[in-house]
Design a protein around this ligand. Structure first.
Ligand code: ACM
Length: 433
């Protein structure tokens, strides 16, 4: 998955990226087309999404309390014709492109363009969202849950379905996001509470499930399956059976069930994958501790804008997607693994290269073998591989650390320890067990 929302990549860079993925025998490219910081998909019915939502006046420089703003405007979007070209280019190289529009959270770019889809008085929404977010992280803005807003979202997905045609792309999967939608605005807004009561929804988690199920049902009517982040399973009112049998016996009547063919992208540890598999969903494994390529590659001080936990090349090689002792009900549901490249801090092609290579080589081998790598064998092949990257002009991370031009001296990050992150994941996924 490549995040082109935080950082727009011009078409030539995207096509080059596809070539590199193909060389690594990667078979799917999920394109994260929208986020708080930018909307990159041309929607003819709603042109301000790209006119307003595709441009921000500046970006955050670094992460955490010491971060600043860079003062540099950032903009760009893909026309529908360009995305059709991308789909064809990728398909010719054995890669299916899965587009993702992220709802109902990560909404600040949408709300800058169309504040009527936000929660509360329109003037307040407008004041809070003068432009796409120039900061990074999680924020409180979400879409409202009016029928008109659902209709808007369905129109956007209709145009997406037209562009990402399964005949051309080879996949009927469409991403609807679903991650990190904060509940505070829904909880404090009288109109949202009124709509929840009318719909018989017990809390904001059920409301999120209701929202995503409505969009998923619309996509099903267009012959599409959805993929969503593991938050998609929250609030469904269905308890998982402890023995692994599919429960789903008494779905909550007020919350329409997710289509059974919805695919769960499990990023917050194993919990979402386990619940998804128990509920009979296909799952894609992308646990952040092994597959988030924005995470820092060492704990050395010269690592550029260090965020997340340490994920070195050797760490990627230890990724064990489906351990040998995993029960069949789980193993049978795992349809793939995914590396996620969030681009908050990857503002140039070279910085993207630095984050992705050579880690992608280890990831691709894990993906194909389905188990951790024999490090000695893998590393004996590395010199030839790095020479190949050099020949391709890839600005990869040298094994012994960043070159001076790859460092970001003075730009702060927020390194995390594994223990901190594991504790946070346990807290975040407590409602999925
Ligand atoms: C995610 O990292 N927010 C899916």
């Amino acid at each position: 998955m490549l995040d082109v929302a935080r950082r727009f990549r011009p078409m030539p860079d995207l096509l080059r990226f596809v070539d590199l993925l193909a060389a690594h025998r990667i078979t799917v490219l999920q394109l994260h087309l929208t986020d708080d910081q930018g909307w990159r998909f041309e929607v003819r019915a709603f042109p301000r999404l790209t006119e307003i939502g595709g441009r921000r006046s500046e970006s955050q420089l670094g992460h955490g309390p010491e971060s600043t703003l860079d003062g540099v405007p950032h903009e760009g979007f893909y026309t529908q014709a360009e995305l059709r070209e991308l789909v064809g280019y990728a398909a010719a190289r054995g890669i299916r492109v899965v587009p993702e529009i992220d709802v109902p959270g990560h909404a600040k770019a949408v709300l800058a363009a169309y504040p009527e889809f936000g929660v509360g008085e329109i003037d307040d929404v407008r004041a809070r969202n003068a432009e796409p977010w120039t900061r990074y992280g999680i924020n409180d803005e979400v879409l409202n849950v009016e029928d008109a807003t659902i209709a808007f979202v369905c129109t956007v997905f209709d145009e997406l379905c037209d562009v990402f045609d399964p005949e051309a792309s080879g996949t009927d999967v469409v991403g609807l996001g679903g991650d990190e939608a904060q509940k505070a605005r829904w909880a404090s807004d009288p109109r949202t509470q009124e709509l929840m009561a009318e719909r018989g929804l017990a809390d904001e988690h059920e409301l999120q499930a209701w929202f995503l199920a409505r969009v998923a049902a619309h996509l099903a009517s267009r012959g599409r399956r959805v993929i969503g982040w593991d938050e998609m399973l929250e609030g469904s009112g269905r308890a998982a059976a402890s023995d692994g049998r599919v429960p789903n016996a008494e779905p909550d009547a007020a919350v329409p069930p997710l289509p059974g063919d919805a695919v769960v992208a499990s990023w917050r540890g194993p919990v979402g994958a386990e619940l998804g598999a128990r509920l009979g969903h296909d799952v894609v494994l992308c646990p952040d501790l092994w597959t988030y390529f924005d995470y820092r590659q060492s704990d050395a001080a010269d690592e550029p804008i260090p965020v997340g936990t340490v994920l070195s090349l050797a760490d990627v090689a230890t990724f064990d997607p489906v351990p040998a002792d995993a029960p069949a009900w789980f193993a049978d549901r795992v349809v793939g693994v995914q590396a996620n490249v969030w681009c908050e801090h990857l503002d140039t092609r070279d910085r993207l290269d630095y984050a992705v290579f050579p880690r992608l080589a280890a990831f691709a081998e894990v993906a194909w073998h389905g188990r951790p790598l024999d490090w000695a064998a893998f590393s004996s092949r590395l010199p030839a591989y790095l020479a190949w990257l050099d020949a391709q002009g890839v600005a990869y991370r040298p094994l012994d650390g960043p070159r001076p031009d790859q460092q970001r001296p003075g730009v702060p990050g927020v390194p995390r320890s594994r223990e901190e992150r594991l504790a946070e994941l346990a807290r975040l996924t407590a409602n999925l067990s």
